[in-house]
Design a protein around this ligand. Structure first.
Ligand code: ATP
Length: 351
């Protein structure tokens, strides 16, 4: 390929509602070792039964406080970590499963990732055109073609190849380095790009430029994004649908308008009330988020948010809430959120 990546925009019979990635009951527990012998003394339940779908052509935002399992989920999706339970299917094929599934090598070509730390993910000893051309070379693309692809991608991310191709990472600004990382992620013509806090380390003005670039590239190449961030404003701007995580669980998901205008889970409501640009009138009526999340080694029984939830009732300690379908693809895992649950607060929370 001498030009930029293939256009993956959905064609006839290939509509945007089709799940490109299906994630079911994903689990990752990290053992904690202690003492001189390094014996297991506990388990961090980083991701604890997470299910969702990413539809072709959409941007799925994943939000939640630090430590809720966003990055672990991304690393599981990339298969940089092996899940302890659950699985994934890409375009209908089970990923990494023996017999008939999609081989990890092919999956890793179709799914690429951009990390927060723009410097750490680039090889400091390689000119950036060689970094971008590296993966295509490994996949057997001839050197000249891989070089042409690198130049086309540099141009696509707004870096003039004549000026930038032979530069090293330390000769670039943070925003320019993140553009190179985006170009590198597109070099194998992926269909899904996982973006883990891709703009969190950038100044606000540069952040806006990189977000606009990501939106343009998505449109131009028909990409699908999973966009992970703790910044609710950024997620609102870029996402079509949003997944809210708390202590290794999905607590709410839905179209971006539903999550931001009609949040149903007390955690989502508190998160939104805590963000800086929150509408002052609404902020006054919402209980703010207080304290830190509990230790994921020993999460609360029942609903994990109950220890910080102003609406918690005895039932919340007794059993974990199932996801209540609120219509239109909006769901919340809260005993109080299900309309018709008969609970006194149901109307108040779902209103
Ligand atoms: N390799 C590991 N070994 C042990 N615990 C880990 C490991 N990686 C992550 N964790 C723990 O798993 C939990 C989830 O971490 P994760 O990085 O996925 O959260 P996050 O939502 O991405 O947070 P942040 O925004 O701070 O990166 C945390 O309690 C974290 O300390």
């Amino acid at each position: 390929m001498s030009e930029t990546p293939t256009d993956h925009r959905p064609g006839p019979g290939n509509g945007p509602a089709r799940p490109l990635l299906l994630v079911r009951d994903l689990v990752k527990h990290f053992p904690i070792r202690g003492g001189l012998l390094g014996r297991p003394v506990g388990t961090v339940r980083a991701v604890d039964g997470v299910s969702f779908a990413v539809r072709a052509g959409e941007t799925l935002g994943i939000v939640g406080e630090s430590g809720c399992g966003k990055s672990t989920t991304a690393r599981l999706l990339m298969r940089l970590l092996e899940p302890d339970g659950g699985g994934m299917a890409f375009d209908g094929a089970p990923v990494g499963a023996s017999g008939g599934g999609m081989a990890l090598k092919e999956y890793r070509r179709q799914v690429q990732m951009v990390f927060q730390d723009s410097y750490a993910s680039l090889n400091p000893r390689l000119p950036i055109e060689d970094t971008i051309a590296f993966a295509p070379r490994v996949h057997g693309v001839p050197a000249r073609e891989a070089g042409e692809r690198a130049h086309a991608l540099l141009a696509a991310v707004g870096l003039d190849p004549a000026q930038f191709a032979r530069r090293y990472p330390h000769e670039l600004s943070g925003g320019q380095r993140q553009r190179v990382n985006i170009a590198r992620a597109l070099a194998l013509n992926p269909r899904l790009v996982l973006l883990d806090e891709p703009v969190s380390a950038l100044d606000k003005s540069v952040e806006a430029q990189v977000l606009n670039l990501l939106a343009d590239l998505k449109e131009r190449f028909g990409l699908t994004y999973v966009f992970i961030s703790h910044d609710l404003n950024v997620v609102q701007w870029i996402s079509d649908r949003v997944l809210v995580m708390y202590l290794g669980k999905v607590v709410e998901e839905g179209p971006v308008e539903a999550i931001y205008e009609r949040p149903a889970h007390p955690y989502t409501r508190a998160l939104l009330a805590s963000r800086p640009a929150m509408d002052p009138a609404r902020r006054r009526t919402e209980p703010p988020l207080t304290g830190d999340p509990p230790n994921p080694v020993n999460p609360p029984s029942g609903c994990r948010f109950r220890t910080r939830c102003p609406f918690a009732e005895p039932v919340c300690a007794e059993r974990a809430p199932a996801a209540a379908d609120l219509g239109g693809g909006h769901a919340a895992a809260c005993h109080m959120a299900l309309p018709g649950s008969g609970h006194s607060r149901a109307g108040r929370l779902a209103a």
